[in-house]
Each structure stands twice: as structure tokens, then as C-alpha cells.
Design a protein around this ligand. Sequence first.
Ligand code: SAH
Ligand code: SF4
Length: 371
Amino acid sequence: MIYTPAKPPLTGETLETLTARLRERGEPAFRAQQILGWIYKKRARRWDDMTNLSKPLRLWLDETFELMPVALVLNQQSEDITDKLLLELADRSLIETVIIRAPQEGVGLDHSRKTICISTQVGCAMGCTFCASGLLGLKRDLNAGEIVAQLLQVCYREDARTPRARMELASFDNIVVMGMGEPLANYDNIIRALTIVNADWGLGFGARRITLSTSGLVPKILQLAEEPLGLRLAISLHGATDEVREKIMPVNRAYPLAQLLPAIRSFSEKHGRMVTLEFILIAEVNDALEQAEKLRDIALDLHAHVNLIPYNHVEGLAWQRPSITRQERFADILRAARVSVTLRREKGHDIDAACGQLRLKTEKERAPASV
Ligand code: SAH
Ligand code: SF4
């Protein structure tokens, strides 16, 4: 499962590591910042675009690093609300990055909330029974450069839409680490990547507008609480009792609620921010009103926000979303106790949960016999 690219991606280098590499070549200290500026601020797509670097240095860079480790293979747009980018890696693995434009009440698309959803692994090993990303198992972790490159691809995509003004990544409202994969199972790479995304010399995107979602790897949640980055945290709860949760999320056997809930508490105490509990509503699985009552108690106790997400149908899986009436009754139990709760309705939101499905479909078409 360890993948070593022929050349490491430049997008996985920090200012520190790149400076060290360049120093070995006798380059001055400012050179690394100059190169990173070309990549992230001026969006150079070829080494030869970096006109203030000497020819020998450009040659060395070309021999040493991959400038862009992911290639766009398909761009699927749905009603101008979501944009799915299917990206291919050097080993032909496929990942998805999704741009979601969720219109705000009463205003046009120009004023929509713009979110980018990124992937962290090819597939996923966690085996949640309802999820498309886990259906083919884990192929491999993404390296930091491949994670960062997804956001550069989004920038390229936006630049092409508005050719005159280069789009700043900061014009997006949020980045959510909710695409394919379990980010905390690829801990070092995701932290390095988000450090690059956050840094002034990198993409300059505020950490407080980045939400990382996890299925609940307790030791890693505790480790994340100690990171200086200051990310937001979302937990895929999906069951308010061990009995229900472990039926659909095998991770609950290793880290049951008695361990998970205190870990969430320590994270939010450390950061002074509300954690989000994600709860997909699946008919006949976790939509009983007793689950709503238990979830209400957990949310009140942790002072957490609850995000109720009607299940998105996955081809080949039998799960269904509950009726709207049932969804509302579930939400009402939380609302009645003044829990901060959202029940997703907008069309644009459907797509983020559907992350992983485009890749699944393409993998099936590529190798019908093996899946
Ligand atoms: N592995 C991480 C992040 C990626 S999954 C995690 O599990 O949190 C992002 C979110 O999409 C999770 O809350 C996940 O449970 C949810 N999800 C997966 N499949 C879904 C589906 N078919 N419908 C709705 N939400 C889904
Ligand atoms: Fe992996 Fe998250 Fe899907 Fe579970 S829900 S299989 S952890 S991507």
C-alpha cells in the first residue's frame, strides 16, 4: 500500500523542506519562496513559466520534482450547483474533488456559499456499510502533494471560468475534508497538506474555515487537538448508541462511544469551538425517535452542533432515506431541546455525501471483471 512516486510532488514541499533542498544546491534563502510564489500565487503550470529562475535551476527542478501530480480527467457539473472533478494520479488511481455552490435563501448563485470537498485516500479501509468510498476497500493513502494539488486544480478550474481575474482560493467559504478516505488514518500527510494550504507562502486559506471529518479514530482525535493549526472538527456519528453505531460503522468496535465522546469533549474544550456531529438518516437503521433522544442528550452534553443528512442512495446498496415527515420528526426532538441542528435540504448538498460515487462508477467501467 506504500506508494513512492518517481519524483516527489512540489506541492508536498513546505517552505522549510524546499529551502533545505535548494540550500544543498547553493541557492539563496529567498529562492524557495520565489518558487512557491510561482506555484500558488501566479499559478505557473510549467517550470519554464518561472521566468526569473535560471535555466539550470529550472532543469534541476524538472528532474527533481513533479510540478502537478494530479490530472483532470472529467468535470461533471450538475445544474451549476456542484462541480465534480475526477482526477487521475500518476499510478492511474482516481480521486474526486467536489466544488459545491449552495445558494443562500433569496439570493442568486453569485452569492452562494462555496465549499470545496477534498479526498485524502484512494478508497477507504473503514468499511462503513452505507458508503460508496469504502466499497472497493483502501487502495492507498494520498501523499501531501496530491492532497494540496486538488485545491490547485480547483483554482485552475475557476481561473478558466473567469479568465481575466485570477481567483483567490480565499474566495471560497470553506474547505471540507469529507471526500474519499478517512483523513485521520493518513494523519501525517493530511497535517502536512493542510499546513501548506494554510500557510502564507502556500494557498493562504484560514484553518478556521477548514473542517476535517472523521469516523472516530480516538487516539488521532486527541493528537489533532494538540496541533497548532486550529482546524474545525466534524464527527461521523450516525448512531447514538453502540448497538446502532456498530452495525453500520465497524470502527465503533475499536472505539465505542464511551471512548469517542470524551475525546470529542477534550477536542472542543481545547479549541473552544463547537464540534459538529454528523448523523446520516437511514430508514429503519438509525431513524427511530429513541435515537433522536439519545443524540439530543449527547449533543447537549458536548455542546455540539448536529448536522442531519438524509441518506444519499448508493448504487448497489439497499439503504434508503426516511420520508421527509420522519426526518422532520427526528429533527424536532433536537430542536425542542434547543440543540443547534441543521437538516440538509438544499440540492447542492446532496453531492458532498455522494463523494466517491463518480470514482466508483469509473473504476467499474475500467475493470468490470474485477469489481
Ligand atoms: N471518512 C470521513 C470523511 C469522509 S466521509 C468520515 O467518515 O467522516 C464524509 C461524510 O459523508 C461522512 O459523514 C460520511 O458518513 C458521509 N457519507 C458517506 N456515504 C454517505 C451517503 N451515501 N449518504 C450520506 N452521507 C454519506
Ligand atoms: Fe471511510 Fe468515511 Fe466512508 Fe466510513 S464514511 S467508509 S470512514 S469515507
